[in-house]
Design a protein around this ligand. Structure first.
Ligand SMILES: NC(=O)c1ccc[n+]([C@@H]2O[C@H](COP(=O)([O-])OP(=O)(O)OC[C@H]3O[C@@H](n4cnc5c(N)ncnc54)[C@H](OP(=O)(O)O)[C@@H]3O)[C@@H](O)[C@H]2O)c1
Length: 327
């Protein structure tokens, strides 16, 4: 079958488009005909080796797919040929990636696609939305009525954070570029602040006098001094971006607020945590309340170029989806 794959870790140019052996499903696996594959920053981290995880060569890149079930093993109940499905946890931890004509998905990592949802539209959001769910609920323990600060709310993860926090009854304070303000408001953010405002911390304090209960910065700046400054008593700072950042933590002020800092990567989420997130993702995707701002559809043979575009920072919130059937 055709795939976008690497034979060794390294730069985007290592990705080749060509034939590899088709995957062989085990008894608890589902064989899927792949319709659409997304490309995320983390796919570039796995490919380059920045994020260390077991991979077998030839290794098909990418972790998310939408597709159609070809066959399900005897230990994979609930799935039948023709079912439309999605997964957001291939391509790491020893599992082959999604960027191929077919993929094998362990049954506990596969979910049904809500009816009527477009494959490319869905695959574009399942990684950012899974990340947002884990940040807000698994690690941030957000409660209705709490105030959530989403820094970078105009981005992929940021947009999903706003939509999910609002759905959960939280009040969202968003920081974003001025051009993204209307988008953040359309998702339900109560306040939208320009991240370039030199008095941003004062603005956050003004609109949240009781403090921020859950603080999430998707930009990777991780200014912990500013985050602790605006944190409410018992507030939680959730770190998820900025792989090379090494900020200074004001430990004294943090502990005197009973505050905490927790980091996570979705790659370490359990299958139970991912399945819980999938329920929320299906609800939002199925009702049209969560959509990527723009989706560019390209053939699978464009995988290497797409990795390079992400690494060069060219995409600015738009998503590129690889289509194996159009290559
Ligand atoms: N931990 C995990 O499991 C996990 C999972 C998924 C993603 N991530 C990470 O999350 C990060 C975000 O991913 P993404 O796909 O959402 O990227 P993205 O779409 O590029 O979003 C980042 C956003 O941050 C904004 N921004 C830039 N500087 C800012 C600042 N100083 N203050 C506030 N916002 C600022 C950007 O605005 P401009 O467009 O104006 O620059 C952009 O809207 C990436 O680093 C990714 O690797 C982590």
């Amino acid at each position: 079958m055709r795939a976008a794959f690497i034979q060794e870790l390294g730069p985007a140019e290592n990705i080749r488009y060509g034939e590899i052996d088709p995957p062989v499903p085990g008894p608890t696996d589902v064989l899927v005909d792949v319709e659409a594959v997304s490309v995320n920053p983390v796919d570039t981290f796995v490919r380059s080796g920045l994020f260390r995880t077991p991979v077998d060569f030839p290794f098909a890149v990418s972790r998310d797919l939408v597709g159609t079930v070809v066959s399900a093993g005897p230990g994979a109940p609930g799935f039948a040929p023709g079912d439309r499905v999605w997964c957001n946890s291939l391509g790491h931890g020893g599992r082959q990636g999604a960027a191929a004509e077919q993929a094998v998905v362990p049954v506990d990592r596969l979910y049904h696609l809500p009816p009527g949802v477009d494959a490319a539209e869905a695959v574009a959001v399942v990684h950012p939305a899974g990340t947002a769910y884990l940040a807000l609920f698994t690690h941030g323990r957000v409660r209705p009525g709490e105030t959530v600060l989403v820094a970078g709310a105009g981005g992929n993860v940021g947009s999903a954070l706003v939509a999910m926090a609002v759905e959960a009854g939280a009040r969202v304070v968003a920081t974003a570029a001025a051009r993204d303000a209307d988008h953040c408001r359309s998702l339900g953010a109560a306040e939208v602040l320009d991240y370039r405002d030199p008095d941003l911390t004062a603005r956050i304090r003004e609109c949240s006098p009781a403090g921020i209960d859950v603080h999430i910065d998707t930009s990777g700046r991780n200014d912990l001094a500013a985050a602790v400054d605006v944190l409410a008593p018992r507030g939680r700072i959730v770190l998820l971006a900025g792989a090379r950042s090494q900020p200074v933590l004001p430990a004294g002020p943090l502990y005197m607020k009973d505050g905490s800092v927790v980091g996570f990567v979705i790659s370490h989420a359990t299958t139970a945590e991912l399945a819980e997130a999938a329920v929320a993702i299906n609800r939002l995707v199925g009702s049209g309340r969560l959509r990527a701002r723009s989706v560019e559809r390209v053939p699978l043979s464009e995988a290497a170029r797409t990795h390079r575009r992400i690494e060069d920072g060219e995409l600015h919130g738009s998503r590129v989806v690889l289509l194996p059937k159009e290559s």
